[in-house]
Design a protein around this ligand. Structure first.
Ligand code: NAP
Length: 478
């Protein structure tokens, strides 16, 4: 019996995706560099569906119906290139090579172009939801040719998470679009976790609310507009007591956050695109600072605090909730704005309503809020910024007084809230009539003759700073 899909790379993600395909009725050919993982999967779960055991990539390819669908789920980076190089000579025109790992979208663009030379389709697929999602239904973001989606999409939609009966999977766009959208998803995930951390720190260090009590608060918040997977699991982590010490687990975990790279890639791409993605950037930097444990130890000794005592209002916890919500809206707005910039730069027809819709289930940032974001972008005219959609301008406007109170309280108490505060700065930056960028342009003109535009006439100008300071019309060198 020929298999409809082959999976190579059977570590936790590949094994669970393979099982998901099999549980959904597909025949799945299995391959792993070291055969032991293939056999372990078959021994533990071989009865879950139809699997074909193979030992070599040649056997894997021979086990597949045409056009062949080979899904690679190996360690991102050089291993993906190595597997592709071995596969290409074994495949025929029209076959589909799928990379479902966390590859950088620039690698995906390069690989797609290289495989197109061999008349092979290369599909970079973003998969979110971790191990459990891969098994039970992840959120799936496939890129590549539309033609490849016709042959592959229905299978991916079948194994994806479903919300209101709709699959959390849709064709994203050509070449690296799927991996790009997954990368921004992960960036937003960084920001989501950081704002939760800032809320926790304010309630703990500012208001003295212990983790167990905060677990109750987050559970309550999960019933309202913040309802989301990350808020739900925050309650679980904060409520967990360490069996060894009897202390809250959060108190025995070293406060230095790791990262695997997708947040950093998001910020690097945002910089390339000139996209103001401050919430994600601050979240990546906050993890970086947390990891500088040596410097932090010295900082605790040598740096003054001069905190100002603040009488916290009775509504402090509610204020924090609103600040969290407003900052979260900003991080989604910035992420979507970055997608808009990327669509223009890379010629992708990204559909924000479909992207928001497929993030509603299966993935780490799944949240109630995404339903309203989907609606905002499904409207006849998409807003230029998520925050301009009437429902969101209203929501963030209502949260604004609490947000300002929380940020100023945090500053006075010396509690760092980089995403709460930078998101507020972004919001104020968007609504300010005049920005000090005018002065920046004046300075750039003085030291570098970079020229400026005027508010009252067309053209590009330069002041002859080192001469008689008269203004001349200049060639635009911005
Ligand atoms: P992983 O630890 O990233 O990779 C291990 C797998 O890669 C093993 O099957 C290993 O084969 C294979 N491999 C490594 N180097 C190879 C090479 N040169 N040639 C052939 N195979 C090679 O596995 P993972 O955690 O399941 O993740 C797979 C991909 O999914 C990664 O891109 C990851 O970033 C992404 N992802 C992971 C998660 C998650 O929650 N873990 C979520 C979403 C996406 P051997 O057994 O022979 O060593």
């Amino acid at each position: 019996m020929l298999a409809q899909i082959g999976v190579t790379g059977l570590a936790v993600m590949g094994a669970n995706l393979a099982r998901n395909f099999a549980r959904n009725g597909y025949t799945v050919a299995l391959h792993n560099r070291s055969v032991a993982k293939t056999d372990a999967l078959l021994a533990a779960h071989g009865d879950e569906g139809a699997f074909v055991r193979t030992e070599t990539l040649a056997e894997l390819v021979a086990a597949l119906e045409t056009p062949r669908r080979v899904l690679i789920m190996v360690k991102a980076g050089a291993p993906v290139d190595s597997v592709i190089d071995q596969l290409v000579p074994l495949l025929e025109a029209g076959d589909i090579v799928i990379d479902a790992g966390n590859s950088n979208f620039t690698d995906t663009r390069r690989r797609e172009a290289a495989l197109a030379e061999h008349d092979l389709h290369f599909v970079g697929v973003g998969v979110s939801g971790g191990e459990e999602g891969a098994l039970l239904g992840p959120s799936i973001m496939p890129g590549g040719s539309k033609e490849s989606y016709d042959a592959l999409g229905p299978m991916l939609e079948k194994i994806s998470a479903k919300v209101d009966g709709q699959p959390c999977c849709a064709w994203i766009g050509t070449d690296g679009a799927g991996h790009f959208v997954k990368m921004v998803h992960n960036g937003i995930e960084y920001a989501d976790m950081q704002v939760i951390g800032e809320a926790y720190d304010l309630m703990r260090s500012g208001a003295g609310i212990e983790p167990a009590a905060q677990a109750g608060i987050f559970t309550e918040w999960n019933r309202g507009e913040l309802a989301s997977f990350l808020i739900e699991i925050t309650a679980e982590v904060l409520g967990h007591v360490d069996a060894k010490t009897g202390k809250p687990l959060v108190d025995v975990i070293v406060d230095s956050a790791g990262q695997k790279g997708t947040g950093r890639w998001t910020v690097q791409s945002a910089l390339d695109l000139g996209s103001p993605t401050s919430a994600i950037a601050e979240s990546v930097f906050a993890r970086g600072l947390s990891s500088q444990r040596g410097q932090r130890a010295i900082g605790q000794e040598v740096l003054a605090g001069h905190e100002v005592p603040v009488e916290l209002g009775a509504d402090f916890v509610e204020d924090v909730r609103q600040a969290l919500f407003a900052s979260k809206l900003v991080s989604y707005a910035q992420g979507i704005d970055m997608l808009t910039a990327a669509a223009k730069e890379y010629d992708w027809a990204l559909k924000m309503d479909e992207i928001a819709a497929l993030w509603r289930g299966g993935c780490i940032i799944r949240a109630e809020l995404l339903k309203d974001i989907t609606k905002a972008y499904a409207a006849d005219e998409a807003p230029a910024n998520l925050l301009f959609a009437p429902a969101f301008s209203k929501a963030i406007g209502e949260a604004l007084p609490a947000w300002r109170r929380v940020v100023s309280t945090a500053v006075q108490l010396g509690i760092p809230v980089p995403v709460f505060s930078s998101s507020l700065a972004y919001y104020d930056g968007l609504r300010r009539k005049r920005l000090p960028a005018a002065l920046t342009q004046g300075l750039r003109d003085l030291f570098g003759a970079h020229t400026y535009n005027r508010v009252d006439m067309e053209g590009t100008f330069h002041t002859q700073w080192s001469g008689d300071k008269t203004e001349v019309e200049a060639v635009d060198t911005h």
